[in-house]
Design a protein around this ligand. Structure first.
Ligand SMILES: C[S@@+](CC[C@H](N)C(=O)[O-])C[C@H]1O[C@@H](n2cnc3c(N)ncnc32)[C@H](O)[C@@H]1O
Length: 224
């Protein structure tokens, strides 16, 4: 039974990879699948991203930026958007942060994570939908490692609008003076962040992501 599931997962991964190759061969460099919930559900269900996967950078590499922003107030309300199956929520919990909400729109990954980490808080919501994240001005900080990237990197108008809408939604739920840390592959959503937040500071760091590609990662610190 287990082997059959593994086999289906492998076949589905091969099919995904084949479709992407065909799209690239035809000159479609849009990477539009990155913006689709169906892609993420299928990828997590097939085991493509295993039990845990880190996009853009490992948690260890970005941890100093996270702690620098969060400081020592362990009662801060923290929103972790597009959490996937990253370890970041666990690390925040271990560091003593008690009010961390991990959110993703893939119910598949949220179910996986709820089972794996019953003591952490996970919610399933589409952050690009206005109002999806609840009451206005209720979080002190928001963290995003690759979440808005997945919309902007889709490189199509609809996903650009959804990426912009997600930034506005995160902005809405942050308190005045609240901060949004975006760990991005190239800072692709930067112009929308600058148009939405009062201040955006950035720096670039080097490293290797899970896919073992050497990358320049952009760290954007946005203040409401
Ligand atoms: C590139 S992965 C990053 C996952 C994780 N943050 C990490 O560092 O490995 C993007 C994640 O964002 C989620 N996502 C994309 N668009 C979203 C949206 N509109 N609302 C909530 N989650 C979203 C996807 O389901 C996926 O888990």
């Amino acid at each position: 039974m287990h082997c059959y599931g593994d086999l289906c997962g492998s076949i589905s991964q091969l099919r995904d990879a084949f479709r992407r190759r065909i799209a690239l061969f035809r000159g479609d460099s849009s990477r539009s699948w990155l913006g689709r919930k169906e892609y993420w559900d299928a990828a997590y269900a097939s085991g493509r991203y295993k039990q845990s996967y880190e996009w853009n950078q490992t948690c260890e590499t970005i941890w100093p930026y996270v702690t620098q922003m969060l400081g020592t107030r362990l009662d801060s309300a923290v929103l972790h958007v597009g959490c996937g199956n990253s370890q970041l929520g666990r690390l925040l919990h271990n560091a003593g942060f008690q009010h961390v909400v991990n959110v993703d729109y893939s119910e598949v990954v949220i179910a996986m994570m709820q089972q794996k980490e019953p003591s952490l808080c996970f919610i399933c919501a589409d952050c690009a939908e206005p109002g999806a994240l609840g009451s206005a001005e209720c979080y002190d900080f928001a963290l995003d490692k690759g979440a808005i990237d997945s919309l902007f990197e889709s490189n199509c108008e609809l996903m650009w609008e959804r990426g912009s809408s997600m930034i506005r939604e995160v902005h809405r739920v942050l308190r005045p003076g609240g901060q949004y840390l975006v760990i991005s592959n190239g800072g692709i959503g930067r112009e929308v962040l600058e148009a939405t937040f009062a201040q955006v500071e950035s720096e670039e760091i080097e490293g290797y992501a899970c896919d073992l590609y050497y990358k320049l990662i952009t760290i954007l610190r946005c203040t409401k």
